[in-house]
Design a protein around this ligand. Structure first.
Ligand code: 1HN
Length: 372
């Protein structure tokens, strides 16, 4: 045996020297590097809508986009990731923020390598323009801003306009691939009639004769309207055959030319949960940020109960058991963004069903933002 050649003191010195020379013994550390299951620093968290809305509205008195700032956004900061100095992280890959645009305001054109999706929460009369095509935003709409496309916002209505921005900030930071550039002017030139791509394609079912059509990204649909999503969920939930054990009645926003996700890096999903519906628990590699469009209920994440109502946001960390419950009298609608497209492209996506206790977790505690 090799170790008999050296005294314990010599061996200790060997490890000390190795460390000082920035080398390491894999025979000690393999288990830290290649863990049996995903290991992460992402904790679940929940923010109440009234609080976020209040902070955003006050920002309306403090600064103006296009003058004092690029955008007026209050972002979700996961406390567990702030401890590691990760600013603007909801999960290790995903960012979400709440943007406020007041009547008459604009946010100037720019582009970046992060990909973005928007989900409209409140107000009307504002548009977002992507590569010169406007889409007027309405509550419940999901609008794509693919990576590196020029985009700006302008409010022509009369009430404050709030929406959620979802970007792959953490992912792009980890991959050291962030680029940003403002446009030379406030606005990118208008190149298409308003909402041209969405109207033209009618959900990918029709296209003008003779038009060149290619499968691929970005999706030909730009605004996935709530009108359509609600209609699809209505049809889907007419039959319990369509019920998903873990997500109730759920649809993913897709790119009709590829059958894949609407955006190439951020997955988007809308689920409808009927009153008294209680899903089974499961876990998967991908993480998510949830927004409650409507309804009230709770989600149990790793034994902790997160009670939600209209407008709230919560974090689903990777590889965490979760199940959803509607406790209200009306249907609940949960919108979420996730990093599943990335995990799938890298062949890292994996999931597991909770088999104990008839598929339901035991609730050990209830989340309270003041004590957590
Ligand atoms: C961005 O470009 C917008 O265009 C919103 O409205 C939020 C957060 C991080 C990086 C870029 C926008 C953003 C963002």
């Amino acid at each position: 045996m090799g170790q008999n050649k050296y005294t314990q003191e010599e061996i200790d010195q060997y490890y000390e020297n190795m460390k000082n020379d920035f080398l390491g013994p894999l025979w000690h550390d393999l288990g830290h590097m290649v863990t049996k299951e995903p290991v992460h620093d992402v904790e679940p968290y929940l923010w109440k809508w009234e609080s976020i809305r209040d902070y955003a509205l006050k920002a309306g008195d403090i600064l103006e986009p296009g003058k004092d700032a690029e955008r007026r956004v209050v972002y979700l900061q996961n406390p567990s990731l702030l401890k590691r100095g990760l600013v603007g992280y909801g999960t290790h890959t995903l960012y979400a923020g709440i943007q406020l645009l007041l009547p008459g305001e604009m946010a100037p054109s720019h582009h970046h390598s992060q990909t973005a999706v928007r989900f409209i929460i409140e107000g009307e009369g504002a548009y977002t323009a992507v590569n010169g095509e406007r889409s007027y935003m309405q509550r419940g709409d999901m609008i794509l801003t693919p990576a590196w496309t020029w985009h700006e916002h302008k409010h022509e209505g009369t009430e404050p306009m709030f929406w959620m921005d979802g970007l792959d900030v953490g992912l792009v930071r980890t991959l050291a691939a962030s680029f940003f550039e403002p446009y030379a002017d406030e606005f990118y030139p208008e190149e298409q009639p308003e909402n041209y791509s969405t109207k033209k394609l009618s959900g990918g079912a029709f296209a003008p004769i003779g038009e060149e059509r290619k499968p691929g990204y970005p999706s030909p649909i730009f605004n996935y309207t709530w009108e359509r999503a609600e209609y699809e969920l209505e049809r889907l939930s007419e039959s319990s055959h369509n019920e998903d054990a873990y997500d109730a009645y759920a649809i993913e926003y897709i790119n009709p030319t590829t059958g894949g996700p609407a955006d190439f890096r951020i997955g988007t999903m809308m689920q409808k949960i009927h009153p008294d519906q209680h899903t089974l628990a499961h876990r998967h590699v991908h993480s998510a940020i949830y927004h409650v469009l409507e309804g009230e209920g709770y989600t149990v994440i790793d034994g902790q109960k997160f009670e939600w109502s209209r407008g709230d946001f919560f974090i689903l960390p990777p590889w965490s058991w979760h199940e959803h419950v509607n406790t209200g009298k009306d249907n609940a609608y949960l919108f979420s963004i996730n990093d599943k497209p990335v995990m799938e492209k890298l062949d890292l996506e994996f999931g597991e069903t909770y088999t104990e206790n008839n598929g339901h977790q035991t609730i050990e505690k209830t989340f309270d933002p003041k004590s957590d």
